[in-house]
Write a protein of this length. Structure first.
Length: 134
């Protein structure tokens, strides 16, 4: 605002981190989201249910777990299969909470962790979720 007695700045941004190459180099395990950013669309094109692919880019079998998500936006965030062989993928299924006002912009994320055969977490990715609004 240009009013010196009431200066207000409103900033909105989406950070696009390249999660396709985020991995623990000591284990060589990589996971990838396709798409890397989930866009739920706007207005009449808003998708309250969405599927994304989570790929195991390594040779080793891994276990995946959803470890965090924006709870006030999503009703359900699930993986079809959480044990993934090397070079295979699974579907990430999300459902927006039925009480969420789709006229408001979605600013959310989903974090998925990967574990090796010993049960140690070896990497994780956070997938930005955008959409909503007018």
């Amino acid at each position: 605002s240009n009013d010196p007695t009431n200066s207000v700045v409103s900033v909105r941004f989406v950070a696009n981190f390249d999660t396709t190459q985020w991995f623990d180099t000591s284990k060589g395990i990589r996971i990838k989201s396709d798409p890397p950013i989930i866009n739920l669309g706007k207005a009449e094109k808003f998708q309250s249910e969405y599927e994304a692919k989570i790929e195991n880019m390594s040779e080793e079998k891994i276990e995946l777990k959803v470890v965090d998500f924006t709870e006030d936006v999503f009703e359900e965030v699930e993986l079809d299969d959480n044990k993934i062989k090397g070079k295979k993928s699974t579907e990430l299924e999300i459902k927006v909470d039925s009480n969420y006002d789709i006229n408001q912009p979605v600013q959310a994320s989903i974090t998925i962790a990967a574990y090796d055969n010993s049960g140690s977490e070896v990497t994780r990715i956070s997938i930005p979720v955008i959409g909503g609004g007018r």
